[in-house]
Ligand binder design. Structure first.
Ligand code: ATP
Ligand code: MG
Length: 455
C-alpha cells in the first residue's frame, strides 16, 4: 500500500491529481488501430464473437485477451478464447442463456455453446503481495483468496497477467489492439517476459514457471533473461501447488503437441524434478539408468506429439505410464530381490509408484487404473498361447498396452521387437492367418512343458 498517500496528504491535493499521479507511474498503452494489426474478426470463433457483441450491446466494455489475441497475432490457431469485461459476473451471467458461474478464488462466467466454452472474466484489480504467513494461512484455510475477488480496471487487469504477450487486448468496440505492458514488442522479438518482479510473481503463483516453459516450447520463443533467472531457485516452490492443479497443468505441458520441447525446458530449469521426482532421480547423469529412462520418455513424448498432430486421441494414463515406467521397474526389481514373486512384485511396485507420485501430482483413479493395466499387459502380451491372444486383443486397454510394448522395443529394449511385430501382424491378419500364427507359437511351448518366466 506504499503507493497510496496518507489522509493528510490526500487533503492537500485534489482527487484528480492523485489519479493522475498513479496513472503517471504506468507507461501509456500502445494502441494499434484496426488497420495497423493483422487480427481479423474472421479468425475469432463464432461463439466468442457472439459473447463480445452481446456484452457490447449491453453497454459493457468487452475485449478478447490472452492466448486468443497472442495466437491470432502470430497467425496461429488459438486453443480457446478468453474474454474480459467490466460487467460483474452476476450481471454478465444474465446476458447468456447457457452460462454458469464458476471458480472459488475468482468468479468467472462460462458461456457454453455446444462443445465450446467461452470464459468471461471481470477485470481483476491489484493483488496485494504478502509473504505474511498468517495471512497466507488464513486464506489457505478458507480455501479462497478474498483479495483476489477485487475487481479493477483494464489497466490493473493487464498488470496482473502473467506474461506481456498474454496481456494484449482486442477491443470489440473499435477493433484496436491495446498493449499496456510491452507485449507487442516482445511478440515481435519472440520473448516470454513476465510482468512485474519475476521472483515475486513466481512466489505468488509457482505455476507461472511452468507456464513460462510451456509457452516458450509451444511458440518457440526464448525466455527473457530476468524472467528465466529466478526459476532455478524457485522451482521447488511447485511443492506448494495443490496436486490437483498440477495434474491439470501437466496435461497442458505434455498433451498439447509440444511435449518434447517442453520436457527439455522443464529439465533445464529443474522444474521436472519437482513434478516427477522419482523419475528425475533416475535421470541424473550419474545414474546407470539415466540414458534408458530418458530415451523411453523422449520417444514416448515424440509419439504423443505426433498423435496430436494427426488428430489422434491421447490419454493421461499413457503419459503417466511413460513417466513412471522406469521407477516402477526399479521398485519391482527391489521387490523381487526381497523375495517377492515377479507378478505380485510388479503389481505392488505399480501401486506404490503411483501412490508416491500422487503426493506431487494427483492422478484421478480411473487413469491410475489404466496406467497399471498398461503396465500389467507388458508381461501378459508375451503369453499368447491357446485362446489367450484373442482374449488379450479384446481387452479395452489392449491397444495402449501394445503401443507401450512398441515404445519399449523401439527405445531401449530391441529384444522386444519380434514380439511387437508379431502383435502388429496378428491384429492385421485374417482368421486363417491368425490360427497359423498361433500354432507356431503354441507348439514349441508344449514340447518344452515349462511355463515361461516373466521378464
Ligand atoms: P493457451 O490457452 O493457449 O494455453 P493462454 O495464454 O490463453 O494460453 P490460459 O490458461 O487460457 O492461457 O489463460 C488465459 C489468460 O489468463 C492468459 O493469457 C493470462 O493472461 C492469464 N493467466 C492465466 N493463468 C495465469 C496465471 N497463473 N497468472 C497470471 N495470469 C494468468
Ligand atoms: Mg486460453
Amino acid at each position: 500500500m506504499d503507493n497510496l498517500v496518507t489522509p493528510q496528504q490526500d487533503c492537500a491535493r485534489s482527487n484528480d491529481s492523485l489519479k493522475t499521479e498513479i496513472k503517471n507511474k504506468l507507461p501509456a498503452p500502445v494502441v494499434l488501430q484496426r488497420d495497423a494489426h493483422t487480427l481479423s474478426r474472421s479468425n475469432i470463433s463464432e461463439p466468442a464473437l457472439k459473447v463480445l457483441y452481446r456484452l457490447k450491446k449491453s453497454d459493457y466494455d468487452a475485449y478478447l485477451v490472452g492466448g486468443g489475441v497472442r495466437d491470432l497475432l502470430l497467425d496461429r490457431h488459438p486453443k480457446d478464447f478468453d474474454i474480459v469485461t467490466n460487467a460483474l459476473p452476476e450481471d454478465a451471467i444474465q446476458l447468456f442463456r447457457n452460462s454458469r458461474l464458476i471458480g472459488r478464488r475468482f468468479r468467472l462466467v462460462h458461456v457454453h455453446f455446444g462443445d465450446e466454452i467461452i470464459e468471461v472474466a471481470t477485470f481483476r484489480g491489484h493483488e496485494e503481495q504478502s509473504e505474511d504467513e498468517e495471512l497466507k494461512n488464513r486464506h489457505t484455510r478458507d480455501g479462497m483468496l478474498i483479495r483476489d475477488n477485487v475487481f479493477g480496471t483494464i489497466e490493473e487487469d493487464a498488470w496482473r497477467r502473467d506474461f506481456t504477450i498474454n496481456a494484449l487486448y482486442y477491443n470489440i468496440q473499435d477493433f484496436t489492439v491495446i498493449d499496456y505492458t510491452g507485449g507487442l514488442e516482445d511478440l515481435k522479438n519472440r520473448l516470454i517476459r513476465i510482468i512485474g518482479d519475476p521472483g515475486q510473481r513466481y512466489r505468488e503463483d509457482p505455476v507461472r514457471m511452468l507456464r513460462a516453459a510451456r509457452f516458450a516450447a509451444k511458440l518457440g520463443f526464448n525466455i527473457e533473461p530476468n524472467t528465466e533467472a529466478p526459476i532455478y531457485q524457485l522451482a521447488d516452490r511447485l511443492s506448494q501447488v495443490p496436486p490437483a492443479r498440477l495434474f491439470e497443468e501437466v496435461l497442458k505441458l505434455f498433451l498439447s503437441g509440444h511435449a518434447v520441447a517442453t520436457y527439455d525446458l522443464l529439465r533445464k530449469y529443474t522444474l521436472f524434478d519437482n513434478l516427477f521426482p522419482y523419475t528425475a532421480s533416475l535421470l541424473k547423469p550419474e545414474h546407470p539408468a539415466s540414458a534408458d529412462t530418458d530415451a523411453l520418455i523422449r520417444l514416448g513424448l515424440r509419439n504423443t506429439d505426433e498423435r496430436i498432430a494427426q488428430g489422434k486421441p491421447v490419454t493421461p494414463a499413457f503419459l503417466f505410464a511413460i513417466m513412471l515406467w522406469r521407477p516402477m521397474q526399479n521398485l519391482a526389481r527391489e521387490n523381487i530381490a526381497n523375495g517377492m514373486r515377479p507378478l505380485p512384485a510388479h503389481q505392488q511396485a505399480g501401486a506404490d509408484v503411483i501412490a508416491q507420485q500422487t503426493d506431487f501430482i494427483s492422478l484421478p483413479k480411473r487413469f491410475a487404473m489404466q496406467t497399471r493395466e498398461i503396465w500389467s499387459l507388458q508381461a501378459r502380451l508375451d503369453n499368447r498361447s491357446g485362446k489367450r491372444a484373442y482374449r488379450l486383443l479384446a481387452l479395452p486397454r489392449f491397444r495402449a498396452g501394445y503401443d507401450f510394448l512398441l515404445l519399449r522395443a523401439h527405445s531401449v529394449e530391441p529384444d522386444l521387437l519380434p514380439l511387437g511385430d508379431w502383435w502388429t501382424e496378428f491384429q492385421e491378419a485374417n482368421d486363417a492367418t491368425r490360427a497359423a500364427m498361433l500354432k507356431k507359437i503354441h507348439s514349441p511351448r508344449r514340447r518344452g512343458r515349462r511355463p515361461r518366466k516373466m521378464r
